[in-house]
Design a binder for this molecule. Sequence first.
Ligand SMILES: *Cc1c(COP(=O)(O)O)cnc(C)c1O
Length: 472
Amino acid sequence: MDGELVSTRDVEGKRISYTDALLQGLAPDGGLYVPTQYPQLSLDELVALKGIPYTDLAFVVKKKFTGSTIPDAELQRLIRSAYTPEKFDDTDGNIVPVIPIGNNLYVQNLSLGPTAAFKDMALQLLGQEMNYVLSRRDLLLLLLGATSGDTGSSAEAAFKGLDRVKLFMLSPYGKMSPFQTAQMGVLSGGNIYNISVDGVFDDCQDLVKELKKDPEFAGLGAVNSINWGRISSQVPYFVSGYLQAAKNIGDEVDFVVPTGNFGNVLSGYIAKQMGVPIGRLIVATNENNVLEKLINTGVYEFTKAVKTSSFSMDISKASNYERPAFDIFGRDPKILKEYMSVFEKTGRVDFKDFGMGPEVFPALGFYAGSSTHKDRVATIKKVYADAQLLIDTHTADAVTVAKRFGAREGVPLVSMATAMPVKVEDAIREAIGSVPERQERFKGLEKRVVEDSFYRIPASQELLKAYIRQNS
Ligand SMILES: *Cc1c(COP(=O)(O)O)cnc(C)c1O
């Protein structure tokens, strides 16, 4: 059957369907699901996609992943419900516009969604697809997540009002920005439960992990960025970005992607594997540069994350990296497992010990660079002065790296814009001396939060369990 997937760690190569992978997230063996083969998109197909509405483009691309598991008319309906003009600040029917900033550099805006972050692009569709599959199977699903800010509101906006899902979201009390807190606060109620934990983000994540060890709560789902439904939902905007930037279809286009968990750039890699003429995929990191070091030296080393002004990229390891690593090892789950177990046991693994070096990355199109807070502030200021475009700190990581690499002769270089400036008001003030004007829908957001929109608990398993039981 088409659209089938295997786990990166399954030596038996057992195949599962797209819809099963959607509900499962992580494979039972701890591996990640990847397609048995990458579907292909021909140049003729690309020509036919040029200029058509995003929802129609997304349908053609997603169909290659969902195969026959979701009927055409349903898939079309789900995509249209995910990307409505009301939810996405639609600019001329294009919700992922590519904007020139000079010197053959471009910015592709992926943050026009309801919570002003690129995660909306994937989560909105994931929510629709999950709800569809659950209703077909007559199931109800409890989802449990932990957030330090951005993922929480994006997931809540995506699952709000869906009748087959209840979402419990843990966040650290008093540690999110007032804007992030308000974004989640206004979404509470109905099937959305905000739980504020006395502690830091890691305490929230530990509570989630612990709870899942209890058989009573083992069936709880997750919405983290390793879900194949999420990754595959990000491929269409790379196809759209390519079509908007390429002068002639067939010419190469390069991308720079602000990267944390390797989710966004992985989708670009998949688009490239499908035959979209993408040249370089440049990973941009902030001071937490585990991935820059990996790609430039072949050494993957765990380093404790520090807090930065592009906080959604503050990671110490990148879960989705396991997927391209599987390809690097010739799709041999035995070697991949060994490689990952060295990393998990010692916090460090070197390609040299597997008879390879850092050349494995450029061979697949991957390059990398990083930036600092000072770079980000300078880049925000410069892009604003030169192109009258205000970018956020995460986007600034990408643009800093894009400027350092420069565009190749005749090859457009597109930086992915992953959040709106409204999400990083302090950094914007530092860069240009004033805060960005808010779009209508975010004006006075902090004042719209009703009381009791967070249920506050100490970091206690028992209280968390009691709350979930009481509300399920
Ligand atoms: C999550 C996030 C990223 C990183 O994306 P990954 O898929 O984890 O690489 C970058 N920028 C913003 C604004 C984000 O929210």
